[in-house]
Design a protein around this ligand. Structure first.
Ligand SMILES: Cc1cc2nc3c(=O)[nH]c(=O)nc-3n(C[C@H](O)[C@H](O)[C@H](O)COP(=O)(O)OP(=O)(O)OC[C@H]3O[C@@H](n4cnc5c(N)ncnc54)[C@H](O)[C@@H]3O)c2cc1C
Ligand SMILES: Cc1cc2nc3c(=O)[nH]c(=O)nc-3n(C[C@H](O)[C@H](O)[C@H](O)COP(=O)(O)O)c2cc1C
Length: 648
């Protein structure tokens, strides 16, 4: 059972005991369905917020939900469950929410005596916007549960409830989400106050999400001392182990292209475990490490001895890290030192500042969203930078564990074919590096002037022969079984990754079984000699007869920007013929590119109706409308003939 921290001064009316609910014994479950950690991090933030308001809260990874826990509620003493759910793929749940989602959809699920609320995390540029959250919200009610507060949807693409604010400031998704999550948390909290009959709560709207979980830390000189001192070591939390991470050895790494500050890498990893197998089109999750220089800077600033061994227990006596573990391991592999500092951390740091100037500045940044955007988000400030700017903030090890989020895996589309390289996985990635503009600060060293993405810079630094933690992940992005089906591949930038896997797969099939493959490839990048990845390989595939037509779109070669969607429109006759022959289309790249490409295919479908190709077949003029073309594209998608592998 979680302890109740810093309860506000609240009073209950006698009714609260009469309806059977007691703020000090009834636990609120905050359940998250998360793939890359956003929903998970916010589940913890909202838990902290509700704890501060006196509620007992448990954060539940939906991987480990129990059906029984939903059966225990009654209308007099309901089970209370809050859901934070992300949507993935083609409107699918996250890996950890799959079983739960299937169960909620099944007729067997019944939720009488359950009070709930849902926060959805999605992106409206995807066809199936926030489907999982919408489904769970609807089905829970249909199956007998009662809503505590309305479904709230967060949109990574902007818009939605925060549109007015978004106009004022160029907000990042995380920042918009923070506002939406905060609003949802407050609405839920009000509903809980009503349910628990809490009266006289002061100041609903000015509570920072700041109260944090307790940690109990024992420190040792050696691993042996740590193990010897504890007869009963705490269990390491399941969250760490539920993913079957594997060590994969880097067998090759090379720079594909380098122009100016943009670098692209080709990385090959060995699948050493006999059990490991993937299919062409799958993804690989990489668990990155923080840079050792960043870990050292952090240790110096916080006076932490990285070589000490620790056993950490949380409120429920589980350890969020391996038991025992060095602090170096924790700050290298488990806690994220490079991510952007959030506003509520700044409020927490302000409480720990010894100087008035630091406290004032931190409070200002935590309260003034525009200044926060300008100085923290746009300045790419991580915790080490913020501590360097505010020297009087003194953090204990427990404070640090209370603030820092876990390092999240990054996903990569595998760029090798499982038929030609069954025990190797290739990745194609851009190293994320940005020049930093920090107003009013002089930054001398190049490292200080540059933001480096955690995972891409980790992969760019890792040496051949070293191992990285990774996990294979299934994706629905799959070639047709019959490889003689005509195929259109459309990609831009590193979006070439799974498309390369596909032409290599087709090449392999051609060599082994003599199948006649027919691929039209549309590839977009900036310039022919800058970032045209795998150009020679693509041309050799043309010579081998795997790729029948290759159309490059260079956006910065001439004064007129040319994109893949322009090439598709230019080649509409060829594209239409492939579509008419029941061809399959594969699109990979950014969300915005994918939506432009979709529009181009809609145009091709319209032109097919208006040309000879379809007009003979269609008697109804409506068939030539844009809506009808969109509907046909949706049908192609539903039947697997139009597939997308896209990321922001
Ligand atoms: C299904 C899928 C497939 C993918 N396939 C590929 C692929 O094949 N090739 C490829 O190159 N990529 C691919 N990606 C993207 C990849 O997963 C990573 O997102 C990408 O490599 C960047 O990760 P990173 O850790 O280097 O950057 P991160 O450290 O995660 O940074 C990403 C962004 O977060 C923000 N940010 C982070 N830290 C801060 C800070 N301190 N202050 C302010 N802002 C900050 C910045 O906007 C930054 O640009 C794929 C993604 C998905 C979901
Ligand atoms: C590969 C990929 C597929 C996605 N598919 C969808 C989708 O179909 N519908 C949607 O609303 N959002 C989709 N999203 C957006 C995510 O749901 C959103 O980024 C969310 O914040 C992720 O939360 P998480 O970090 O907790 O996993 C997708 C994101 C990625 C990277």
């Amino acid at each position: 059972m979680l302890s109740c921290l810093n309860n506000e001064d609240i009073s209950k009316t006698p009714e609260s005991s009469r309806n059977g609910l007691d703020i000090s014994t009834n636990v609120i479950s905050i359940c998250f369905g998360s793939q890359t950690g956003t929903a998970e991090n916010y589940a913890h933030e909202i838990a902290n917020f509700l704890r501060k308001r006196g509620f007992l809260v448990d954060v539940v990874d939906l991987e480990f939900f129990s059906k029984a826990s939903f059966a225990e509620g009654t209308s007099a003493s309901p089970q209370i469950a809050l859901f934070l759910l992300a949507t993935y793929g083609e409107g699918e749940p996250t890996d950890n929410a799959k079983t739960f989602y299937e169960w909620v959809k099944s007729e067997e699920a019944r939720f009488p005596g359950v009070r709930y609320s849902v926060l959805g995390l999605g992106n409206s540029q995807y066809e199936h916007y926030n489907t999982v959250a919408k489904d769970v919200d609807r089905l829970m009610e249909a199956r007998g549960a009662e809503r505590l507060s309305q479904l709230l949807l967060c949109d990574a693409a902007g818009g939605g409830g925060d549109e007015d604010f978004a106009k004022l400031v160029d907000m990042t998704f995380l920042f918009r989400l923070m506002i939406s999550a905060g609003r949802w948390a407050k609405e839920v909290s009000r509903a809980l106050d009503t349910l628990f009959h809490v009266k006289d709560r002061k100041g609903y709207d000015d509570q920072p999400m700041a109260t944090r979980k307790n940690f109990y830390i024992q420190m040792f000189e050696s691993e042996e001392a740590a193990t010897r001192s504890n007869k009963k070591l705490p269990a390491s939390s399941a969250k760490l182990d539920h993913v079957t991470k594997k060590l994969m050895k880097v067998r090759e790494k090379r720079e594909l292209q380098k122009s100016g500050d943009r670098r692209f890498l080709h990385v090959e990893l060995d699948l050493e475990d006999k059990e490991d197998a993937y299919e062409t089109g799958d993804h690989l999750a990489i668990y990155p490490e923080n840079k050792s220089s960043l870990v050292e800077r952090f240790a110096v600033r916080t006076s932490i001895d990285l070589d000490k061994w620790v056993i950490v227990r949380d409120d429920v006596a589980a350890s969020p890290f391996p038991v025992p573990c060095t602090l170096r391991k924790i700050f290298t592999s488990y806690l994220d030192l490079n991510c952007c500092v959030k506003q509520d951390w700044l409020a927490f740091l302000a409480e720990l500042a010894l100087s008035d100037d630091d406290r004032r500045n931190l409070n200002w940044l935590s309260e003034d969203s525009f200044s926060y955007q300008k100085h923290i988000v746009k300045g790419y400030k991580n915790i080490v930078d913020v501590l360097a700017d505010h020297k009087s903030v003194h953090l204990t090890l427990e404070n640090i564990l209370q603030i820092l989020p876990r390092v999240q895996p990054r996903y990569y589309s595998i760029s090798s074919s499982s038929s030609s390289s069954p025990k190797q996985v290739h990745l194609t990635l851009k190293v994320l590096e940005e020049e930093i503009d920090r107003p009013g600060q002089s930054m001398e060293s190049r490292a200080e002037r540059r933001f480096e993405g955690t995972c891409s810079s980790f992969l760019s630094c890792v040496h051949v022969g070293c191992s990285v933690q990774a996990q294979l992940r299934r994706s629905p992005f799959k070639l047709p079984k019959d490889l003689s089906t005509p195929i259109i591949l459309v990609g831009a930038g590193t979006g070439i990754a799974p498309l390369r896997a596909m032409y290599l797969e087709a090449h392999h099939a051609m060599k082994i079984s003599g199948v006649n493959v027919d691929i039209a490839f549309f590839y977009g990048c900036r310039k022919e000699d800058e970032d045209c990845l795998y150009r020679e390989e693509m041309e050799s595939m043309m010579d081998a007869g795997v790729i029948n037509s290759l159309h490059f779109a260079f956006s910065r070669e001439t004064s007129k920007k040319i994109y893949v969607q322009d090439r598709i429109r230019q080649q509409r006759t060829e594209v239409a013929q492939i579509m008419q022959k029941q061809g399959c289309i594969y699109v990979c790249g950014s969300i915005s590119m994918a939506s432009e490409v979709r529009r181009a295919f809609v145009d091709v479908l319209i032109s097919m109706v208006n040309s000879d190709i379809l007009s003979k077949l269609l008697t109804n003029k409506q068939e030539g409308s844009e809506e009808a073309a969109r509907e046909r594209l949706r049908n192609l998608q539903a039947t697997g003939r139009y597939q997308q592998d896209i990321w922001s």
